[in-house]
Design a binder for this molecule. Structure first.
Ligand SMILES: *Cc1c(COP(=O)(O)O)cnc(C)c1O
Length: 370
């Protein structure tokens, strides 16, 4: 599904010498590369504050702690997403309120958000799924009207641009109250282990986020609030500094592959190619097809036999997972999510896909659908 080795070969010198430097100076924790990366990412995103942390799940948890969300508060998020989004809501004793997604973009349904708002609602967590932004302009409007926080889960869409109707644009994750991202190796900006970050334009919140990520500490050994231990390793910051310079090229390489797939597969009656939103650029974390009248399990096995990996993101909707079962929902409540979970198939998507490989993948797939 990804080719991290091929990508590494192209930045090997910088990564190897940077990691060696960290070992030579033993600055494993909070070394200079961490601060450099923070500044580099702030400049790239055009956001006032980036606070690195240990992973994307921690970023989401720290965001909710920094906003003082309390048990009983309701947090609205999408039923079609990676589990981490809902997990931290549950862990903090908050109530996850799931809503359906839009059939074209797979992103959270803005009409469903508004319907789900109650007196207890405190925040909305839009997930920019598969690399394209949710409808942030509408979401920010709803949040303003109902006085809600917006925590953007930008783990799959770092670098994507959101286009406002007035002609301006902003990077995914810099529009809401806080943005949360992940540097898991296979993400669009991935390190060689775990990593994550929060973004915000609010000075007070940035201070609080920093404090919470460091044991709630204001000055060394002075602890003002309950916190966690969540840091980005210096070695991971070295890798991220090297890769951030290429992030736009990486997005272009992913778009090249996506355009190839679109062209080769767009006219097949059993395949629905992913739609492009008018309001967002697409950084193609995943290229996700919908299958129409195809035995997905069998097709996946046949592809595998021919050396073509294909994955199902995500096979089970959150409201049908044992851990998230609730009296609030029953099967059938989120028809779009339920249909997608039964019909989606993601093809290999990364920065190293050349024409020959793409041709092999699409020829193999088309052949199997005959
Ligand atoms: C990967 C991911 C996360 C969690 O990131 P980790 O770094 O693995 O903790 C959260 N939300 C979404 C949508 C993700 O894809």
């Amino acid at each position: 599904m990804v080719d991290l080795k091929g990508q590494y070969e192209k930045i090997k010198n910088e990564v190897d010498s940077g990691i060696q430097e960290v070992i030579n100076t033993t600055a494993f924790i909070n070394g200079p590369a961490v601060k450099e990366f923070q500044t580099n990412l702030e400049n790239y995103l055009g956001v006032k504050h980036v606070i690195p942390c240990a992973n994307g799940t921690d970023a989401l948890q720290i965001a909710m702690m920094a906003l003082d969300l309390k048990p009983g508060d309701e947090v609205i998020t999408a039923s079609f997403t990676y589990v981490a989004t809902a997990e931290v809501i549950g862990l903090l004793g908050l109530t996850p309120v799931l809503v359906d997604v839009e059939p074209e973009t797979f992103d959270i349904d803005v009409i469903a958000i508004e319907k789900a708002i109650t007196q207890k609602t405190k925040a909305i967590v839009p997930v920019h799924l598969f690399g394209q932004c949710a409808n942030m302009e509408k979401i920010m409007g709803i949040a303003a009207k109902h006085n809600l926080y917006v925590i953007e889960d930008v783990a799959q869409a770092i670098g994507a641009d959101y286009y406002f109707t007035n002609g301006t644009k902003a990077k995914a994750g810099t529009i809401g109250t806080i943005g949360c991202t992940s540097f898991f190796p296979s993400k669009n900006l991935g390190c060689y282990g775990d990593g994550g970050a929060l973004y915000t334009n609010n000075d007070e919140l940035a201070k609080k986020i920093k404090m919470i990520a460091h044991h709630g500490q204001s000055v060394q050994y002075v602890h003002d609030v309950l916190g966690v231990n969540s840091r980005l390793d210096t070695i991971q910051a070295v890798v991220l500094n090297a890769k951030l310079k290429h992030l736009d090229e990486y997005a272009a390489a992913r778009n090249y592959a996506a355009n190839y797939y679109d062209k080769a597969l767009g006219n097949h009656p059993k395949l629905k190619i992913p739609a492009r939103s008018k309001n967002s650029s697409h950084v193609f974390h995943q290229y996700t097809l919908q299958l129409i009248g195809v035995d997905r399990t069998k097709l996946r096995e046949q592809l595998q036999e021919k050396g073509v990996p294909a994955m199902i993101y995500y096979p089970i909707p959150l409201h049908e997972q044992k851990a998230y079962k609730s009296d609030r929902y029953k099967s059938g409540d989120f028809p779009v999510t339920e249909t997608l979970c039964k019909s989606v198939l993601s093809l290999p998507m990364h920065t190293e896909l050349d024409e020959e490989t793409l041709k092999y993948i699409t020829d193999t797939l088309l052949d199997l659908l005959k």
